[in-house]
Unconditional design. Structure first.
Length: 118
């Protein structure tokens, strides 16, 4: 599956952005979808994931209550709604997909930059 992330940009602290991840192929619904981010000088970190059905979600503690992951299997698209953004949320955000049988993500999008100004 090929992934294309979009929706990044510059936003003031307290603002919102919605990232999208469009997937190619007809097997989107068979993958667990995740969002990761990498801030300058830091390692890539997990942000959120959604199960295949889109009924179960997992979040990093740092984004709980502010970010919401969702997916539309009919549109082959995953989303990350980001509210109450903080300067420390500044990073390149990547969407990724993995088989339910794998612990590691197999497919990665190209990343979209989110910059939060104070």
């Amino acid at each position: 599956v090929q992934l294309q992330a979009s929706g990044g940009g510059l936003v003031q602290a307290g603002g919102s952005l919605r990232l999208s991840c469009a997937a190619s192929g007809r097997t989107f619904s068979s993958y667990v979808m995740g969002w990761f981010r990498q801030a300058p000088g830091k390692e890539r970190e997990f942000v959120a994931s959604a199960t295949r059905s889109g009924f179960s979600f997992y979040y990093a503690d740092s984004v709980k209550g502010r970010f919401t992951i969702s997916r539309d299997n009919a549109k082959n698209t995953a989303y990350l709604q980001m509210n109450s953004l903080k300067p420390e949320d500044t990073a390149v955000y990547y969407c990724a997909a993995r088989s339910v049988h794998n612990q590691d993500y197999d497919y990665w999008g190209q990343g979209t930059l989110v910059t939060v100004s104070s």
